[in-house]
Ligand binder design. Structure first.
Ligand code: 5AD
Ligand code: SF4
Length: 478
């Protein structure tokens, strides 16, 4: 889905990440909560909404679970491995709870929604089970749990978008932020559990999205990523003005906040991304030239079984269309190895589609059957595990080559880079991203610019995951 740049095998979800202790934002709180987020960017964004709700109800965040009164895991169900990670983490918290009996433990997110009350039977230490549309009820559920009762709310909503809640930006770099624009998914891809855990699609009020983005810009943020399971289905009826707002129009509204605010979005379904969106991207310099376009398979037969509603040829024509409108567009994808009935030829079709599309980056998975999905009901999970892993390995090797070749093509070019902070390896270097979402490392010594500034960087070298360069001094943009 929506994660940082680099070639990654994602046979598991993002590991749990906890909020920094600064979360309390200087206010005094009676109690402390600790939250870990797993999986996609949507979950990380939801945790910021949860933090806001808890702050308003007397709970400050802590990055140290040992001092917490409430421990929350915001979970992911997309693959079996993602759920196993959370179960292991719960095992650790079981021990913490033994030495601190008043500690409340809550499971939020997709696992809560998928397993509901069953989670309480299977994991006796859990006190709260709260689905992704029920976070507003957290304060009353916590009160209930404090009396010793188990508390569950997994109602899915057709309306909830948390539009009026200002997320608390806890471990933010102060430069880039996620802004949720829609929730849920109506697509029913055969392998995917998301439509069951996140419910029906609903879009957030366009005015509240623009307000949130403008507020972030005023606080010094310079990049927003508009988030949704399927952003191109965004659709808002502005009843007062008797007008609808499409995703292309929303992109434009956000781009118009300020030319210094970069706009990204994720995730797009290939069937829904329109020419209108592509032309809007081309029209505004501050809408980044980068599209994450999950293909899932390169075989038309498999795509049909997956219920993706497009063929290989149709997808490739979409790639051609994107590059004809935005010639320097960065492209990435999601791809699954070993879906039900996948043959060697189907696998070769995935490899050749990747080579044609020249992806800069991919999230690569082997198929993991999820209970209740269309595929689990209709098809046998019949590709042996070793075959899935071998095919995934071939996909990863190809992507590494494609990423390296893509980076090598950038050597000698100059890119406008938004500085996000110190490079991981050295405080002597800055790290930032190009419009195409590639990470660039360059020496601080060559520029007076700082975090949140744009600089022009000439690319001199690269690895598979990173561009390495030097600033072009005279063209610093402040
Ligand atoms: N098995 C493997 N990968 C999956 N994805 C979704 N469901 C499954 C599954 N059951 C992948 C898809 C999707 C990404 C978020 O996770 O590639 O785009
Ligand atoms: Fe899952 Fe398909 Fe919806 Fe993406 S578009 S969340 S893969 S059902």
């Amino acid at each position: 889905m929506l994660e940082s740049l680099s070639t990654k095998v994602q046979d598991e979800s993002r590991q749990g990440e906890a909020y920094a202790p600064s979360a309390a934002g200087g206010r005094e709180y009676k109690k402390k909560f600790y939250i870990e987020s797993y999986g996609c960017a949507m979950n990380f964004s939801d945790s910021e909404i949860v933090a806001s709700i808890l702050n308003d109800n007397g709970f400050g965040a802590t990055g140290n679970y040992a001092e917490a009164d409430l421990v929350l895991l915001n979970t992911c169900s997309i693959r079996e491995k993602a759920e196993q990670n959370v179960r292991q983490r719960l095992h650790l918290f079981r021990q913490v709870k033994q030495s601190k009996p008043g500690l409340l433990i809550g499971v939020l997110g997709c696992m809560a929604e998928r397993l509901k009350g069953k989670l309480l039977e299977e994991e006796k230490l859990v006190d709260l089970v709260v689905g992704p549309d029920a976070y507003r009820t957290l304060p009353s559920l916590i009160e209930e749990a404090e009396t010793g009762q188990k508390a569950v709310n997994v109602l899915l909503s057709r309306e909830e978008t948390y539009a009026d809640i200002s997320p608390v930006r806890l471990d933010s770099n102060g430069v880039t932020a996620f802004v949720s624009i829609m929730r849920g998914c109506n697509n029913m891809c055969a392998f995917c559990v998301v439509p069951f855990t996140r419910g029906r699609e609903r879009s957030r009020n366009a005015d509240s999205i623009v307000r949130e983005c403008a507020g972030l810009f005023e606080k010094g943020f310079r990049e927003v990523t508009l988030l949704g399971q399927n952003v191109d289905s965004y659709y808002w009826l502005d009843e007062a003005a008797d007008k609808t707002v499409t995703f292309a129009q929303l992109l434009e509204k956000v781009a118009l906040i300020d030319p210094l605010l970069r706009v990204r979005f994720s995730t797009s379904h290939p069937k829904d991304i329109t020419d209108d969106v592509l032309h809007t991207m081309a029209r505004y310099e501050n809408i980044c030239n980068y599209i994450h376009l999950p293909v899932q398979s390169g075989s038309t037969r498999i795509l049909q079984l997956m219920n993706r509603t497009y063929t290989r040829e149709w997808y490739l024509a979409k790639i051609d269309r994107i590059l004809s409108i935005i010639p320097d567009c960065g492209l990435s994808t999601d791809i699954i190895a070993g879906f039900c009935t996948e043959t060697e030829q189907d696998h070769q079709d995935s490899l050749s589609l990747m080579a044609y599309s020249k992806y800069d980056m991919s999230y690569m998975f082997f198929y993991s059957e999820r209970p209740g999905t269309l595929a689990a009901k209709r098809y046998a999970d019949d590709v042996p595990e070793e075959t899935k892993k071998r095919r995934l390995d071939e996909i990863v090797k190809l992507q590494n080559r494609l990423s390296h070749e893509s980076n090598q093509r950038d050597i000698g070019k100059t890119f406008k880079v938004l500085i996000e902070g110190d490079s991981k390896k050295s405080t002597e270097d800055w790290k930032g991203r190009t419009s195409q979402n590639k990470m660039v490392i360059f020496p601080k010594a060559g520029t007076s610019a700082g975090k949140g500034d744009y600089v022009w960087v000439n690319i001199e070298d690269c690895t598979t995951a990173t561009l390495i360069g030097n600033t072009v001094q005279e063209e610093v943009i402040l």
